[in-house]
Design a protein around this ligand. Structure first.
Ligand SMILES: C[S@@+](CC[C@H](N)C(=O)[O-])C[C@H]1O[C@@H](n2cnc3c(N)ncnc32)[C@H](O)[C@@H]1O
Length: 184
């Protein structure tokens, strides 16, 4: 048994975020970290398949899936061709957010991997700070892998969000927050 086999799937949280996004009449989703496993891969569900979740379960007009790796962008494109809303973008997430002027209704953090001695926590915080001015008033922010490594990708992002008036909606394998606490 490896460490991953003990973890919960992110799918209920991804689905819940999709439902909340629809209930709030969201239009634009930005996700950091694209589809880097094909749906037939045995680890696919544990990984998330987030782009497909947004495409299948939201009414988003635009789903921008940002990944630094062109192979991942290509895989995302291949598996989401039938969804007109999905726009795979090959870019460093921080560079992308630096130039992004779009109003963001749902922001998904799943880029820099959880690796010891890497600055992945700080990079997710940097990304949150860049995106903050562009989050719409009822925006939902979702962070993956917050159940490991002392808060994982959210260890620095979540306190920063709380200091900026956000409230936690749910936490576990993923953490979701918004300035609007209502679950609709
Ligand atoms: C955990 S995977 C994303 C999984 C995907 N969200 C899913 O649910 O299937 C993380 C991805 O982040 C990408 N990544 C790493 N550093 C990045 C950066 N600086 N900017 C954008 N993407 C990055 C990697 O190439 C990798 O494909």
């Amino acid at each position: 048994m490896n460490r991953n086999s003990l973890r919960l799937s992110p799918l209920p949280s991804l689905r819940h975020a999709a439902e909340l996004f629809n209930a709030r009449n969201g239009k634009i989703i930005i996700e950091l970290g694209g589809l880097n496993l094909p749906p037939e891969h045995p680890q696919f569900e544990l990984w998330g398949g987030s782009t497909i979740n947004w495409a299948m379960h939201t009414r988003a007009l635009r789903i921008l899936s940002i990944d630094i790796n062109p192979r991942v962008t290509q895989l995302t494109r291949e598996h989401t061709r039938r969804f007109a809303a999905v726009e795979p973008v090959t870019a460093d997430a921080l560079l992308f957010l630096s130039g992004c002027q779009l109003p963001i209704d749902l922001l998904y953090f799943d880029a820099w991997d959880v690796e010891q001695n890497s600055p992945y926590k700080q990079r997710h915080l940097d990304a949150f700070r860049l995106a903050l001015p562009h989050l719409t008033p009822r925006a939902i922010v979702l962070v993956d892998d917050t159940d490991i490594d002392n808060g994982g990708k959210g260890e620095l992002v979540v306190p920063e969000a709380l200091a900026n008036g956000f409230r936690i909606l749910w936490k576990g394998r993923q953490t979701a927050f918004s300035k609007d606490e209502m679950l609709y």
